[in-house]
Design a protein around this ligand. Structure first.
Ligand SMILES: [Zn+2]
Length: 410
């Protein structure tokens, strides 16, 4: 559910370590045969001294770690403090498997190496994780994988910095620990949460605050309003080459920022600067009908990554029973409100169901607005404009606001 609320893609493959025990055992056997691993009291350890490149990822000098000192919690006998367990002898009360290397269970590091190589190949492009996993986990993954295959394991490591909350580490004891559900229950939109999390490049600390979340919501509104403005306002025919260049330059800046190790903050900056310039140009009457495409293209390209412009938060929350708004009746989204904020066209709410003859009923208006919303979502701004105009001819004025579309009779 959290993934869907935040518009995250589902993984193509979801793996279970327990489905790959045989594969892990095979890699461990290979490491023993090649002299990179040894058995001791029913467990099997990786011999770090045998792997020359150990420490390449961490770039720290590990010679200072004295033999006999403990650097992890493995309570087994090892030849060297740096050696780590590939296979752990059975322990009272822990699950174990009967395998060709004896009874026991795999170490954590080998699980990751074997499962990733099984599905992605012996060498793959990107391995990610939190910065706390660089040492020893990822260092050990490299050592055991490359020792087993003789090939490079991973081409790029992406390590994300930790999230902090109000300048402090997130922890249960501090009570500054929020789940996605906590946030949406407090009325924050999933799109704003997604935006906030994506707006800070992954290698920087993201300081989560409610103020930041509020600002994220406003930033999204600004972009959505700009897109609506492009679709709804009528501009003089023709083109303004300078403006179109501006839109294309913003796209190039955005892409360059993303190519720079996913510098999302700079990428956002490029698009907001473009929106500011375009709004100024519209206000000054310099914008032409033919310029729409270039700006919509840049926004569309941006949206393919940020995915926050589509106004579907309420629908998604309702899908999971989290919507706080009035339920939808007769296909009319809750964003459609009559003057005064009263829900429009709901049967039995005692208003508007008997308009003077010849006028559209509230229900008809609601349906038209819903259709117009649908057209705007699909990018069919021409049809959306037609609907707006025909409502206008019927004496109904629409007002788009942050809270949704309001209408009033002339
Ligand atoms: Zn891992």
């Amino acid at each position: 559910m959290d993934r869907q609320l935040l518009s995250l893609e589902d993984p193509e493959i979801v793996v279970r370590a327990t489905d790959s025990i045989d594969d892990m055992v095979k890699v461990i056997q290979t490491l023993v045969e090649k002299g990179y691993a040894y058995a001791s009291e029913g467990s099997i350890y990786f011999r770090v001294a045998a792997f020359r490149n150990y420490g390449q990822l961490t770039r720290i000098d590990l010679t200072g770690i004295r033999d006999g000192a403990r650097i992890d919690s493995d309570k087994y006998d090892k030849n060297n403090a740096r050696d780590f367990a590939l296979w752990k002898a059975p322990k009272e009360g822990e699950p174990f498997w009967q395998t060709p290397v004896g009874p026991g269970r795999p170490g954590w590091h080998i699980e990751c190496s074997v499962m990733s190589m099984k599905y992605l190949g012996e060498t793959f492009d990107i391995h990610s994780g939190g910065v706390d996993l660089i040492f020893p986990h990822h260092e050990n993954e490299i050592a055991q994988s490359e020792a087993a295959t003789g090939k490079p394991f991973v081409r790029y490591w992406l390590h994300a910095e930790h999230l902090i909350v109000n300048g402090e580490k997130m922890s249960k004891s501090l009570g500054n620990f929020y789940t996605l559900r906590d946030l949406v229950t407090r009325g924050y939109k999933p799109s704003a949460i997604r935006y906030l999390l994506a707006a800070v490049p992954y290698r920087r600390h993201l300081n989560f605050t409610f103020e930041g979340l509020h600002q994220a919501q406003q930033s999204i509104e600004r972009l959505r309003n700009f897109r609506l403005r492009l679709g709804q306002e009528s501009f003089p025919e023709g083109e303004n080459a300078v403006l179109q260049d501006r839109a294309r330059a913003a796209l190039r800046e955005f892409e360059a920022a993303m190519d720079d190790n996913l510098n999302t903050a700079e990428g956002l900056g490029a698009v907001f600067a473009m929106v500011r310039d375009a709004n100024t140009a519209i206000d000054r009457g310099e914008f032409r009908a033919g310029d729409r495409g270039a700006f919509l293209d840049t926004l569309e390209r941006w949206e393919r990554i940020f995915a926050v412009l589509e106004d579907n938060d309420s629908a998604r929350l309702r899908q999971f029973g989290l919507g706080l708004e009035t339920p939808v009746v007769a296909g009319i989204p809750p964003s459609v409100t009559a003057p005064g904020g009263v829900e429009a066209a709901l049967p039995g709410n005692g208003h508007g169901s008997t308009p003077p003859p010849g006028l559209l009923t509230d229900e008809e208006i609601g349906r038209s607005i819903a259709e117009r919303d649908e057209m705007r979502r699909k990018g069919n701004y021409a049809r959306a404009d037609e609907i707006r105009q025909s409502l206008q001819k019927a004496g109904v004025i629409l007002e788009d606001s942050k809270a949704g579309t309001r209408w009033k009779r002339k």
